[in-house]
Design a protein around this ligand. Sequence first.
Ligand code: FES
Length: 179
Amino acid sequence: MSRPQTPPLKVAPIDSVTDIRFDEAMEERISKILKNYPNSQAALLPTLWECQKEWSWLSPGIMRAVAERLELSPAFVEGVVTFYTMYQIKPPGKYLFQVCTTLSCQLCGAGTLVEHLKKRLGIDFGQTTSDGLFTLVDVQCLGACGEGPVIQINDDYYGHLTPESLDEILDGLEKEAKA
Ligand code: FES
């Protein structure tokens, strides 16, 4: 698996997403979804996904705006968001590391990678580094078992990782973030 050049996430600060009104562009994106999914419950997942692409996470304000737009109850929307681990309910770092900890990756050394990552970044799963650069989460099979151990960083897959190759990737991302 070749190494992609992963761009940093544009993470909306908390105070910018407390009270959201969708702009024209987002309205257009949601209308397009609703054309494909006439039932608003069915439109919920892709709508949330569009919101997460825009703000990198789903604040309570964004969830409320989605509920209002799709005419669903806020509790229903929150229930869906908190059920799926791919939706972020806290602002992530610029690089979201989703580390596969399922069996195939474990057999290929995921455990060693996890120890290495936690030690180097000084954080545990579910945490973000104090400089706001890296967030670490553990996930189940990413569907790329033949490339194990695998980490998804933002939208890109990185496979066949070792502590050494991971260090190179981290060095590159840190350099990119400071540029
Ligand atoms: S077990 Fe890690 S990608 Fe499938």
